[in-house]
Design a binder for this molecule. Structure first.
Ligand code: BTN
Length: 249
């Protein structure tokens, strides 16, 4: 398998690097291809939200991944992508980011990176994933639209220094390659344990909005499949793989 990042296409402006890849099988069939853009005019976030783009001020890219994993482990790549970004921020900038399920990366309580993992069916039913990663690098929260300002931060704001986006890109790609290989080698339990060590869990309160209703509680850990386990007020616990998680505090 070629490494993730074997080819990097660099664009000045595009609607969304992820949409571009999902709409063209020539991109989707190319495992490891990366498309990076200086500006996205229609960047997309999780749950149908918009992803605000600061022209030139973010690291915004998508990559195609053909998982070398059994189907039940493919969803773990969502958690592992957040872990890869956290490790890269630690390596390049000596920061200690926190992870918020499923894959937000936080610094000082503000979101510094968002990740969108989308699947497309490939040949023989094998999934092709498009993993889109956006890291807020330059500027301050005040440069972003008012509705997202309070919840995000930027690397420059946290470190007080400009960010070498190329070094950060290469470090994230190196971590993604290493972690995908470790998962394929059966190291799932160790990676989930590392994710949990870096995660916001006990002491927080969440509401899971799922098809069968909303339930509130305290996030306490992960199942072996990467579902978030929530301890509910009635003393029970439940875990759900998909649903919209609202962080109440
Ligand atoms: C989120 O936190 O809601 C996910 C944000 C993902 C943003 C990235 S930027 C590169 C790629 N292209 C997109 O349109 N979205 C992802």
């Amino acid at each position: 398998m070629k490494p993730i990042g074997h080819t990097i296409i660099r664009l000045d402006e595009v609607e969304s690097t992820s949409t571009l890849m999902l709409e063209d099988s020539a991109y989707l069939e190319n495992h490891g291809l990366v498309v990076i853009a200086r500006h996205q005019t229609g960047g997309r976030g999780r749950m149908g939200r918009r992803w605000a783009s600061l022209p030139g001020g973010q690291l915004q890219f998508s990559l195609v991944l053909h998982p070398n994993l059994p189907p039940e482990e493919v969803p773990l790549l969502s958690l592992v992508s957040g872990l890869a970004v956290a490790r890269a921020l630690e390596d390049v900038l000596a920061l200690s980011p926190a992870l918020k399920w499923p894959n937000d990366v936080l610094l000082g309580g503000g979101k510094v990176c968002g990740i969108l993992v989308e699947g497309a069916p490939g040949r023989g039913g094998r999934p092709r994933l498009v993993i889109g990663i956006g890291v807020n690098c330059d500027g301050t929260p005040g440069d972003f639209p008012p509705e997202v300002r309070a919840s995000l931060t930027t690397l420059a704001h946290e470190t007080g220094a400009p960010v070498d986006k190329e070094a950060l890109l290469q470090a994230i790609l190196a971590q993604l390659n290493a972690l995908h290989e470790r998962l394929a080698a059966g190291d799932k339990a160790a990676l989930l344990a590392e994710w949990s060590r870096r995660a916001l869990l006990r002491g927080h309160r969440v509401r899971m909005n799922a098809a069968d209703g909303a339930r509130e509680g305290e996030p306490v850990g992960l199942t072996a499949e990467g579902c978030l386990i929530i301890a509910t007020d009635d003393g029970g616990q439940y875990a759900q793989l998909s649903g919209e998680l609202e962080w109440l505090r």
